[in-house]
Design a protein around this ligand. Structure first.
Ligand SMILES: *Cc1c(COP(=O)(O)O)cnc(C)c1O
Length: 390
């Protein structure tokens, strides 16, 4: 067995060495500060603390409660809100809490971004398509019937008029904004008003952009009409791999809390709560500068690639308002290959990014395994000072 342990440790070391020599550009990744790492490696990773702080089902939680209270307070300050649940163990779990709270378990209905245009698989339906079953989380775990909002490929954003029509006709219980390909703020105000007309809740999945939003960039969903905002805490927010849900709906707090525990959680990964508390404190101090640089870097990379002849989407809007850009590489199909081929070639050159469907890929006969696009996110090399990404 010690041989296996040595092998695992060796592989970890090789991975670390490789990433130190690499340019990691995966948009959903970030790196954590030494203080966050220390918290995540603490004894909290051995402990249990089911329930809400102060009302635990386990003994031994006095320090855990104090840190979780601090984490909730800092998160409320960062997002200017009255409720912050820092227990969901990932962005997907935070979405499940939201589905539990805002949709019925029988024949519930939701409108959201289409997955092929940048929505996330956790928003997806469960259905069979050309002999292949699709297992989207919302459909598989909550049985939700999903109708996609309309998307304007030329603006890389939701089409307001066409989406409003869909919401009025479908009458969902939840209208969900946000996605994984997310260049520009979604029209939460405009379509949120339509959602409320039909009695739907408004949700916002800030998995990718939670750091940008907390630091005051991109958009401000809770003040634009969102009843709840879910997030991953490790994409533009440089925290540990975890999730959170925030809201300003005082009347819904009890429901939202219960829909997390006992509905979905037992242990909620207390070391990551401690790490998150530190990451949010860091962002309250440095986030304005850090995230300004993140967005400027993404725009700068878009401009630089564009000037070198690459088809970076959305030149007419400055490429992006977030941390990511999307490049159409279909012109290389005959010479080098498509997204999947190019992703592999770049990986050999220690440039790590991911292939991505372009909004028009499916219509043009391309598949997600070898799509026509690349998604490029912000740089986060462990060798660079993490606050000053320039
Ligand atoms: C990444 C992502 C998630 C999933 O988050 P995890 O923390 O990996 O569970 C959910 N929604 C969107 C839009 C995402 O991009």
């Amino acid at each position: 067995m010690s041989k296996k342990i040595a092998e695992i440790r060796e592989l970890l070391m090789e991975h670390h060495d490789w990433f130190k020599k690499s340019i990691p550009l995966i948009a959903s990744e970030n790196i954590t500060s030494p203080a966050v790492d220390e918290a995540c490696a603490s004894d909290f990773s051995h402990r249990y603390a089911e329930g809400w702080s102060g009302e635990r089902v386990y003994a031994g939680c006095s320090f855990i409660d104090q840190i979780e209270d601090i984490c909730m307070d800092l998160t409320k300050e960062y997002y200017k809100c009255s409720h912050a649940d820092v227990r969901p163990i990932s962005g997907v779990v935070a979405n499940l809490v939201m589905y539990n709270a805002f949709t019925s378990d029988n024949n519930g209905k939701m409108c959201c971004m289409s997955i092929v245009r940048g929505g996330h698989i956790s928003h997806g339906p469960r259905f069979a398509k050309s002999g292949r079953e699709i297992f989207g989380t919302a459909g598989t775990t909550r049985g939700l019937d999903i109708e996609y909002l309309a998307f304007d490929n030329d603006e890389m954003n939701l089409d307001i008029d066409a989406s409003a029509k869909i919401i009025r006709e479908f009458e969902p219980e939840l209208v969900l904004f946000g996605g994984s390909v997310f260049l520009f703020p979604h029209p939460v105000k405009e379509l949120g008003d339509v959602a409320k007309e039909v009695g739907a809740y408004v949700g916002y999945d800030a998995a990718h952009v939670s750091g940008l939003i907390g630091s005051g960039y991109f958009q401000d969903p809770l003040r634009e009409g969102a009843d709840a905002m879910t997030m991953s805490t490790h994409k533009t927010l440089p925290g540990p791999q975890h999730g959170a849900l925030v809201s300003n709906r005082e009347d819904l707090i009890d429901t939202l809390r219960s829909c997390a525990f006992p509905a979905l959680l037992s242990n909620h990964h207390l070391h990551n709560v401690a790490g998150l508390a530190i990451a949010v404190a860091e962002m309250l101090e440095f986030g304005k500068e850090y995230h300004k640089n993140v967005i400027e870097n993404a725009k700068g990379l878009g401009q630089a690639l564009y000037e070198r002849g690459f088809k970076v989407l959305m030149e007419h809007k400055g490429f992006t308002e977030s941390h990511q850009i999307v490049v159409d590489i279909t012109e290389f199909e005959k010479t080098i290959g498509l997204g999947g081929d190019i992703e592999k070639l770049l990986e050999k050159a220690n440039i790590i990014l991911n292939r991505n469907l372009l909004p028009y890929d499916i219509a043009e006969g391309r598949h997600y395994q070898n799509p026509g696009g690349l998604r490029i996110g912000h740089l986060k090399s462990p060798d660079l000072a993490w606050v000053k990404v320039k």
